[in-house]
Design a binder for this molecule. Structure first.
Ligand code: NAP
Ligand code: GCO
Length: 264
């Protein structure tokens, strides 16, 4: 059986992938044969990302681009197509979170989270789909969240965005499945990255952060997950092995959604 999990000859754009989950997914896709392209907001972060990829033995292509800026995104995609080639795989990974009680959050703060976590995946997907159609295939992977299914205090904007991203995933599936484009989501559980670092900080008295203990009690394995544990699922959804999978959100959560939690 030919290696249906291979990404040889494919070009993958992973947004916001200088580090964190995007870096973990990009590394796995490189190891499966893909050419890695990523972006970040500032040249400084792109340079740091390029150095980190080089250290990992990956000759990545880095671009400066704010994914909420439609003109900048269209210019970046055109530049990638000219300098690297047509994008076969898009991972909409770039994202932010603001942990603020809803009634304390300004409308501007709410809009900023929606802009990065929902509007940007729309913008970047719209920029790459036409070339995918011309090429006859494409894979889009949207990085959703536990908050695509669950709410919790202080993350109203983030949950609204990630719930919307789940439905944008299904709509791209519906609208472009006939063009041989598969659009799926990955719903990570709680992953140890800079985004969740505040939830794992050791307290002044040396004790573990309450949220750290909470998440470990809600995860059957009793631990936070690592970015590289998302690599395999991402390679699957980027490869021919998933050509019949479309509109699906693959939860890579260690079992959180299946588990009521460890009895105190
Ligand atoms: P992270 O460590 O905060 O990294 C986010 C990345 O997105 C950074 O490289 C950041 O660039 C980039 N970014 C933010 N806004 C951007 C913009 N406007 N344009 C371009 N790049 C932008 O986050 P992470 O934990 O790796 O999360 C990555 C994705 O997974 C996010 O969508 C997040 O919501 C999702 N997720 C995370 C977890 C988790 O537990 N960590 C779980 C489920 C889902 P800068 O460095 O320049 O800010
Ligand atoms: C939070 C966390 C989560 C994770 C992730 C869970 O504050 O609850 O940041 O939102 O980032 O989205 O799947």
């Amino acid at each position: 059986m030919s290696n249906i999990f291979s990404l040889e000859g494919k070009i993958a754009l992973i947004t916001g992938a200088s580090y964190g989950i995007g870096f973990g997914i990009a590394t796995a896709m490189h190891n499966a044969g893909a050419t890695i392209v990523f972006n970040d907001i500032k040249q400084e972060f792109v340079d740091k990302g390029l150095a980190a990829y080089k250290e990992a033995g990956i000759d990545a292509h880095g671009y400066v681009c704010d994914v909420t800026d439609e003109n900048a995104v269209n210019e970046m995609v055109a530049k990638i197509e000219k300098e690297v080639g047509v994008i076969d795989i898009l991972v909409n990974n770039a994202g932010i979170i603001k942990r603020i009680p809803m009634c304390d959050m300004t409308a501007a703060e709410f809009r900023q989270v929606i802009d990065v976590d929902l509007n940007a995946p729309f913008i970047v997907s719209k920029a790459v789909i036409p070339s995918m159609i011309r090429k006859g295939h494409g894979k889009i992977i949207n990085i959703c969240s536990m908050m695509s299914e669950l709410g919790r205090e202080t993350v109203s904007a983030y949950a609204a965005a990630k719930g919307g991203l789940k439905m944008l995933t299904r709509n791209i599936c519906a609208e472009y499945g006939a063009d041989n484009i598969q659009c799926n989501g990955i719903g990570p559980g709680y992953i140890a990255t800079p985004q969740t670092a505040p939830l794992r900080e050791t307290q002044a008295d040396g004790s573990r952060h309450p949220f750290d203990q909470f998440i470990c009690s809600r995860t059957p394995a009793g631990r936070w997950l690592n970015p590289d544990e998302l690599g395999g699922p991402a390679v699957f959804l980027a490869s021919d092995a998933s050509n019949a999978v479309n509109g699906h959100i693959l939860y890579v959560d260690g079992g959180i959604l299946a588990y009521i939690g460890k009895q105190p």
